[in-house]
Design a protein around this ligand. Structure first.
Ligand code: DX5
Ligand code: ZN
Length: 217
């Protein structure tokens, strides 16, 4: 099954509730980009916003992408509001411990790789994670160009997952559009994080439907 989680980083923050309403039916969840200005050169939003989203959208799947240093400090608080927590491989020393902690808190646990971080580093952790998020841009901003070597990276990860008899959920984040979504799906991606293509379009919910169609073609 193909899933699309729109990234609200590309939404109009002054009208966040309406923006989420526009996509909530057509999408499979909402992607929340949490940036601290240290791990990435941008700052987004934190708990007050995440809590407000959860209060208004009680049943929606919330997928938190933590682009912050020392994510362990904040896992408990995020777990009160979100369904999935994905932390960056590059930000933790004891990845196994962190992944188990996320699961203990009742959330799906994901690990994210920056574009330069090889998938081979995930060999040992793969049986413990629910999902892997492959960054197809350098994290920090919406509207960047898709990095072409992502296809090969996804294929390698799918191969490792298959060889281990696992069925890990593979996600990509950054620069995904109707032109590249088909090949990404063929390469092994299940879940697409999409900001700009969805929220900058005339009709975001129709765009999600068309993106899913393009993925299957
Ligand atoms: C970038 C973020 C993404 C981003 C999605 O650091 O993690 O979620 O908003 O990329 P676009 O907007 O290019 O689809
Ligand atoms: Zn993201």
């Amino acid at each position: 099954m193909i899933k699309i989680y729109p990234s609200i980083l590309a939404a109009d923050f002054l009208n966040l509730a309406q923006e989420i309403e526009k996509v909530s039916k057509a999408s499979d969840g909402i992607h929340l980009d949490i940036m601290d200005g240290v791990f990435v050169p941008n700052i987004t939003f934190g708990f007050p916003i995440v809590e407000s989203i959860r209060k208004k959208f009680k049943d929606i799947y919330l997928d938190a992408h933590l682009m912050i240093v020392e994510p362990d400090k904040y896992l408990e608080k995020f777990s009160e509001y979100v369904n999935g927590i994905t932390i960056h491989y590059e930000t933790v020393v004891h990845l196994h411990r962190t992944i188990l902690k996320i699961k203990e808190l009742g959330c799906e646990a994901g690990v994210t790789l920056n574009p330069h971080t090889p998938v081979s580093l995930l060999e040992e952790i793969l049986p413990y994670v629910d999902k892997v998020l492959i960054m197809s841009v350098n994290p920090g901003f919406t509207g960047q160009h898709f990095i072409e070597t992502t296809y090969e990276k996804v294929r390698k990860l799918r191969k490792i997952s298959d060889e281990k008899g696992l069925n890990v959920e593979i996600m990509v984040d950054g620069g995904v559009n109707k032109k590249n979504i088909g090949l990404l799906h063929q390469s092994g991606v299940n879940t697409f994080i999409i900001g700009a293509s969805v929220f900058y379009s005339e009709n975001p919910s129709q765009e999600i439907i068309e993106l899913k169609k393009a993925a299957e073609d």
